[in-house]
Ligand binder design. Structure first.
Ligand SMILES: Nc1nc2c(ncn2[C@@H]2O[C@H](COP(=O)(O)OP(=O)(O)OP(=O)(O)O)[C@@H](O)[C@H]2O)c(=O)[nH]1
Length: 201
């Protein structure tokens, strides 16, 4: 394994109630709670995984989607390696708000090159019968916004949850590989952030 990328910070953002905590819990503990309370501030869980022969520790940060908790969540955006923009397929407002979540992330994480930052989009609650957002509509937004990968997930029945997190890891690792190739090995990259940079307020 490469010496880099042993710890990756992935952050889940999206409106309150779209299922961010449920996705994290499904992926890390393989459990689902139908009566989950709203998150206050942020919480995180770690999971070790192997992707394409590389072992990484994924640190998943779950944030409070409700507007009243904004000041509690935003200090934790910095140092994120990937952002999972999440909406619920049965809630069109949560889909339309993705653009605001993206802006909030770029601002508070202080992303220097937003066009190359690895966002992944999750349309959750795929198991519900009444959709308000079509796959085509969501895919179109992802394409126009920067060619983001799009996954329709269900934290309830586990559909696509693992593949979505794994794709997030792949995106980060491939970006790092590309970055590595662009930088001659005998120079020091003064712009690169330390790998341990998970931050707290
Ligand atoms: N049917 C269905 N319900 C889900 C799914 N994911 C989450 N839920 C339910 O939706 C509600 C909200 O889920 P949470 O995971 O707390 O949502 P959240 O985005 O973390 O909400 P905040 O903490 O307020 O930001 C809970 O009652 C969950 O059980 C899903 O995939 N399918």
């Amino acid at each position: 394994m490469s010496s880099k990328s042993s710890l990756l910070k992935v952050i889940l953002l999206g409106d309150g109630g779209v299922g961010k905590s449920s996705l994290m819990n499904r992926y890390v503990t393989n459990k689902f709670d139908a009566h989950l309370f709203h998150t206050i501030g942020v919480e995180f869980l770690n999971k070790d995984l192997e992707v394409d022969g590389r072992t990484v520790t994924l640190q998943i940060w779950d944030t409070a989607g409700q507007e009243r908790f904004r000041s509690l969540r935003t200090p934790f955006y910095r140092g994120s390696d990937c952002c999972l923009l999440t909406f619920s397929v049965d809630d069109s407002q949560s889909f339309h708000n993705l653009v605001n979540w993206k802006k909030e992330f770029i601002y508070y994480a202080d992303v220097k090159e937003p066009e190359s930052f690895p966002f992944v989009v999750l349309g959750n609650k795929l198991d519900v019968s009444e959709r308000q957002v079509s796959s085509e509509e969501a895919q179109e937004w992802c394409m126009e916004s920067g060619g983001y990968p799009y996954f329709e997930t269900s934290a309830k029945d586990a559909t696509n949850v693992a593949v979505a997190f794994e794709e997030a890891v792949r995106r980060v690792l491939s970006l790092e590989d590309r970055h590595e190739h662009l930088i001659p090995t005998d120079t020091v990259n003064l712009h690169r952030k330390p790998r341990s940079a998970t931050q707290c307020c």
